[in-house]
Design a protein around this ligand. Structure first.
Ligand code: GDP
Length: 149
């Protein structure tokens, strides 16, 4: 009997960061994401205030790069996206590559498009638990249900 694929669909949160938007790379990066098998479940363009950026990255508060990171994340528009796929969290982290683009593998989005931290084009949740929190950070229940009808 053929083995059935029992992996469930999973969601992750991506953010096309302000450097991605400023470099006019939204389309190109989104195409790579969709070509890799991710479905777009919800998407918006927004601009984080400094305070909201500090809230999103609260886990990094006190680190030497915190000010730079939150200044950068509030410096222009960004595009949060809810992505869906089997094994979405881990697969998306693979697709984007290492935090420091200089260390990212060939073929990854950060290797192809990013400069140096904090300017690394795209965010991806690092666990399924954080993905859930990050999705509700950016999207209301109503926005998340739009795609289900
Ligand atoms: P990620 O999960 O790969 O995005 O990495 P982290 O959660 O560790 O860090 C969050 C974001 O902070 C990264 O994506 C970078 O934009 C920035 N960042 C992380 N480490 C550094 C660093 O050492 N220096 C600077 N300038 N920025 C950093």
């Amino acid at each position: 009997m053929p083995k059935r694929n029992l992996m469930a669909l999973e969601q992750t949160l991506a953010i096309l960061k302000p450097d991605c938007v400023k470099k006019e790379l939204i389309g190109e990066v989104l195409k790579r994401i969709q070509d890799a098998g991710f479905s777009v479940n919800a998407l918006k363009m927004t601009r984080l205030s400094k305070q909201t950026a500090c809230g999103f990255y609260a886990v990094h508060e006190g680190k030497p790069f915190f000010e730079l990171l939150t200044d950068f994340m509030s410096s222009g528009s960004c595009v949060p996206i809810v992505l869906e796929k089997e094994n979405a969290v881990a697969d998306f982290r693979k697709l984007i590559g290492a935090t420091n683009p200089a260390e990212a593998e060939e073929g990854t989005i950060r290797k192809a498009f990013a400069d140096s931290p904090p300017h690394n084009i795209v965010h991806g949740s690092d666990s399924a638990e954080n993905a859930k929190k990050e999705i509700t950070f950016f999207f209301t229940q109503q926005e998340l249900l739009i795609n289900q009808g």
